[in-house]
Design a protein around this ligand. Sequence first.
Ligand SMILES: Nc1ncnc2c1ncn2[C@@H]1O[C@H](COP(=O)(O)OP(=O)(O)OP(=O)(O)O)[C@@H](O)[C@H]1O
Ligand SMILES: CC(=O)N[C@H]1[C@@H]2OC[C@@H](O2)[C@@H](O)[C@@H]1O[C@H](C)C(=O)O
Length: 370
Amino acid sequence: MTAPSSLYIGLMSGTSLDGVDGVLADFADVAHSGAIRTIAAGFVPFDFDLRADLMALQCSGANEIEREAIAANRIAHVYSACVAQLLPAASGPVRAIAAHGQTVRHRPELGFTRQTINPALLAELTGIDVVADFRSRDVAAGGQGAPLVPAYHAAQFGQPGQTRVVVNIGGIGNISVLHADGRVTGFDTGPGNVLMDGWIARHQGQQYDADGAWAATGKPDPALLAAMLGEPYFALAAPKSTGRDLFHLDWLDAMLARCTALPAADVQASLMQLTAVSIARAIGTEARQVDAVYVCGGGTYNGALMRALQAEMKGSAIVASTATLGVAPNRVEALAFAWLAYRFHHRQAGNLPAVTGAKGSRILGALYPA
Ligand SMILES: Nc1ncnc2c1ncn2[C@@H]1O[C@H](COP(=O)(O)OP(=O)(O)OP(=O)(O)O)[C@@H](O)[C@H]1O
Ligand SMILES: CC(=O)N[C@H]1[C@@H]2OC[C@@H](O2)[C@@H](O)[C@@H]1O[C@H](C)C(=O)O
């Protein structure tokens, strides 16, 4: 009998709602050396209509069940297009596709989190096993269901004797603190790019602030920054996770209403500062001494934000991208879900109870056979 394939595809569409990132990776050596070989990477953007429909599904509205089901089918088609980008690089059959889906609601306090996708349709379209719904089991065990990437960060980027922090700056920010003694802690820090994206879309019709160029023309406003940092989420003890459910433009508008009118560029600069300060403070609550901070996610490509974060770390730790450790910043999350699908097949736990607050370690995901 031939051994099962060690090739996995990981697909992740995050809170930025920009599209789906995909990787094809080989896990043949992971059990021996921990090494995961990335073979190919892809990206398929969401079209304007799908993005608008997904944005609308972030809050309650009429006929939600039908709208969500239709969006789930459309996402399966976008995911399938991303698989098609990756398959030409595969040397053999792919064992499984890890399909995260699109978070449209995250309410662990109510016992659910919803990642929209139709995994059955994706299995039908690709003829490949699909592993999906990675978060529900952790929530069922009393956890937040997020963040899940700290376990992967620890496996890939941990270095005994060093305290390393991995920061993902996507729509939402999250940290994984890989302590020198082997402990792993982590949580969502709050907004990453989501508010900056929303503000520039409103004022300049752009999807994001390339390199933070617009933010760099403004000045952070101390009163607005203080009002935003007063948001109770920032003071909550971990385990904690958040999303667009809390951090959206209505939240920002409520903060602005408490301040004197500001130039739009100063608001953008304040939002960038909020991301940098909230991440640096979060790191400070977890570790007194940090050797290095490695950043991944789209925020890594925002030079002004990276400089602001380095300044907030007060020079106590170098801030570099995960590319320094061999993984491109825009591939980390998709790889993490491919890794979770690998763990699913090997009946290994995917969550870290110390991070999510679950009652125990759990195997994450559900299988939709080809
Ligand atoms: N060149 C760039 N300059 C500034 N910002 C950028 C650049 N490239 C990407 N970004 C930011 O990164 C975001 C996308 O990041 P990413 O794909 O990591 O988010 P996500 O995976 O959707 O979110 P999450 O990790 O919260 O689920 C964009 O919306 C944008 O704000
Ligand atoms: C519910 C949900 O989709 N959460 C995402 C989101 O995007 C970033 C942050 O908030 C993180 O908690 C999580 O994603 C990553 C991949 C995680 O689970 O680790």
